[in-house]
Design a protein around this ligand. Structure first.
Ligand code: ZN
Length: 71
């Protein structure tokens, strides 16, 4: 049995995932940091995209669109 003083892995820093509120490893090994997973990251990006789409929609003349669509 060998008892070499192998370098211990550094304690990974945990942060709170902005999407699910769970523990997320904040380290280079976590490509999706500060998110805990790719899924959470995509959800967050999706939320941003949705808001981005909504923003210009507010400036459109909805009345004209509705009128044209009704006919
Ligand atoms: Zn998460």
């Amino acid at each position: 049995m060998t008892m070499e003083n192998s370098p211990q892995p550094k304690p990974e820093k945990l942060v709170t995932c902005p999407t699910c509120g769970g523990d997320s490893v904040y380290a280079p090994s976590n490509l999706f940091r500060p998110f805990c997973s790719e899924r959470c990251k995509n959800i967050d990006l999706g939320a941003w995209a949705n808001e981005d789409f909504r923003m210009p929609a507010k400036g459109l003349p909805e009345d004209q669109l509705t009128d044209s669509d009704g006919a």
